[in-house]
Design a protein around this ligand. Structure first.
Ligand code: ATP
Ligand code: MG
Length: 147
């Protein structure tokens, strides 16, 4: 496990840029953290790292999934879920979303606790917490996958 103290939204973005650069296709990344913790900010950095315009990245609030395609034919797709409004993991399975975990892309799941029971065993957890001074603490586990 690694813990980062992240002082600004810009630093959160940069952490996402670095993080994505060490991922492999078919990685699933689950995000935990309250409203406005900084999950989407981190994912925008990941998108930039993978060649996607971060301005096109938004929490897909009124649908569960956004898909972003990188610039090259063999660039991994980014499957960006926001499950805030999902009732339970049965609904996720019923929509066939689980199949996307192994389509050669990078999957990012905001509000991953909604499907905690069916997250893949090798999923990387990114937990973001507000700190008293208005900054954020980011915990990434397990360390060995991203080092
Ligand atoms: N380390 C940080 N320090 C201070 N502000 C930050 C930090 N990281 C992100 N922010 C700011 O927090 C706000 C919310 O960020 P963001 O939309 O990424 O949160 P979120 O976790 O995706 O929220 P939601 O659950 O609503 O989707 C934004 O204004 C962003 O700029
Ligand atoms: Mg968000």
């Amino acid at each position: 496990m690694t813990i980062y103290n992240v002082a600004s939204a810009q630093m959160m973005h940069s952490l996402g840029v670095w993080f994505a650069s060490v991922l492999k296709p078919n990685c699933v990344v689950s995000f935990f953290g309250d409203l406005a913790a900084g999950k989407t900010t981190f994912i925008k950095g990941m998108a930039e790292s993978l060649g996607v315009d971060p301005n096109t990245v938004n929490s897909p609030t009124f649908q569960y999934l956004n898909i972003y395609q990188g610039p090259y034919q063999d660039s991994p797709s980014i499957f960006h879920f926001d499950l805030y409004r999902l009732e339970n993991s049965e609904d996720f399975l019923a929509m066939g979303f689980e199949e996307l975990f192994c389509r050669g892309g990078i999957t990012c799941i905001e509000w991953a606790e909604r499907i905690g029971a069916i997250l893949p065993k090798n999923c990387i957890h990114v937990s973001i917490a507000h700190t008293e001074n208005g900054q954020r603490q980011v915990k990434i586990e397990p360390l060995e996958i991203v080092s």
